[in-house]
Design a protein around this ligand. Structure first.
Ligand code: DX5
Ligand code: ZN
Length: 219
């Protein structure tokens, strides 16, 4: 059976002044659009305020996979579900009540997902696997695009895959995914791949998405 793969390009390294055109480049070949929200508190970088994010979510021809790298996320995440994101991911390190935040995202009609930073222990959060739709294992320290994939995260990806077991939960990786690294992440168990600079710094972003998908499928 061919493994079901999702490629979710991140626009973090795209041209923010011409996002419509940037998104159009990859829309036909991608599964979701990965939207990185940074607040300059949880991470030392800022991307979009809610108003700007909402405009992208409303205009995107692809379903949006929001990755919230913001502090006090309990009160912020529901607005992203309400704005129409297909999936809302928040960091466990930023949430006061993880269960409640998962529930409120889902009650507003979005898929709910938790993200785990490289230094965060996965075992402490395995109880939430019965409630989530996706888990994001960060393969770089969140905050910036263009960093190198952390191969020392491969055992954590395998661990997540094992903990997920038969549950229909997507296993996403984010950070440093490229032609060079996607196969190892896929072999470790990931099925949903964020790629920012690999896609948008490429001469042909759509062709790069297709190459990444083929490599992730082991072809
Ligand atoms: C990093 C972001 C990523 C980033 C990935 O904190 O969460 O989504 O855009 O960029 P690359 O693929 O360049 O590592
Ligand atoms: Zn991201």
């Amino acid at each position: 059976m061919i493994k079901e793969i999702r490629i979710t390009p991140s626009i973090l390294n795209a041209d923010f002044s011409d996002l419509k055109n940037e998104i159009a480049k990859i829309a036909d070949v991608s599964d979701l659009l990965h939207l990185d929200i940074m607040d300059n508190i949880f991470v030392p970088n800022f991307t979009f305020d809610f108003q700007a994010a909402e405009a992208i979510i409303t205009q995107s021809s692809l379903p949006v996979d929001a990755h919230l790298m913001v502090a006090n996320v309990d009160s912020i995440a529901p607005a992203y579900a309400e704005a129409g994101c297909d999936s809302v991911t928040f960091h466990v390190e930023a949430a006061a009540d993880i269960s409640m935040t998962i529930k409120s995202i889902k009650s507003l009609g979005s898929r709910a997902s938790i993200a785990i930073k490289p230094e965060t222990d996965l075992n402490s959060y395995s109880d939430f696997l019965d409630d989530i739709d996706m888990i994001l294992i960060m393969t770089v320290e969140p905050g910036f695009g263009g960093q190198s994939f952390r191969e020392d995260m491969l055992p954590k990806i395998s661990q997540a895959k094992k903990l997920i077991g038969d549950r229909p939960i997507w296993l996403q990786v984010d950070g440093g995914i490229s032609e060079r690294t996607i196969e190892m992440a896929s072999e470790a168990g990931a099925d949903t791949f964020v790629a920012g600079s690999a896609v948008f710094n490429s001469d042909n972003p759509a062709a790069m998405v297709q190459t990444l998908r083929r490599l992730a499928q082991g072809k």
